[in-house]
Design a protein around this ligand. Structure first.
Ligand code: SF4
Ligand code: SF4
Length: 134
């Protein structure tokens, strides 16, 4: 018997997990874009913060491979600017945790150039590994 994968159910489960982890209601976002207009990291992101929310709202699994959640600096600018009080930094963290909780690292120590270890303060490296590794 051929097994069929209920893609929609998987996608919806992903969105519910993000809401569960972040404690934020993704559907409060009405896509005004004020968060993205003020985000200091938006130029480096592949998707703007409001696009990330939209992907979650429609259950787009590509959100799991997006770079934007890893680039979020958790500066809370979006939270302050959002008319509906959506805390995107918590949502970005929840998206990262979906990967990390599968025991998948975003970076590994041996993937970084050696000079980085000499140039960067140790505290910054520790903070980075806490954010990017499972
Ligand atoms: S918390 Fe993240 S998404 Fe929000 S403005 Fe700061 S960098 Fe951008
Ligand atoms: S500012 Fe708030 S409501 Fe507007 S797009 Fe961003 S998250 Fe959605």
């Amino acid at each position: 018997m051929k097994l069929t994968v209920n893609r929609k159910a998987i996608e919806r489960a992903g969105t519910e997990t993000v809401e569960e982890i972040s404690g934020e209601n993704i559907y409060r976002c009405y896509q005004c874009g004020r968060c993205s207009a003020g985000c200091p990291m938006v130029e480096a992101m592949d998707f703007t913060p409001n696009q990330i929310i939209h992907m979650l709202q429609i259950g787009d699994p590509d959100v799991l491979t997006a770079k934007a959640p890893w680039l979020c600096a958790a500066c809370f600018t979006c939270d302050v600017r959002c008319p509906h009080g959506v805390d995107i930094s918590k949502i970005m963290e929840a998206v990262r945790l979906l990967t990390l909780r599968q025991n998948r690292d975003h970076i590994t120590p041996d993937s970084l150039p050696g000079e980085l270890y000499e140039e960067m303060p140790q505290i910054a490296l520790v903070a980075a590994f806490r954010k990017f590794t499972a």
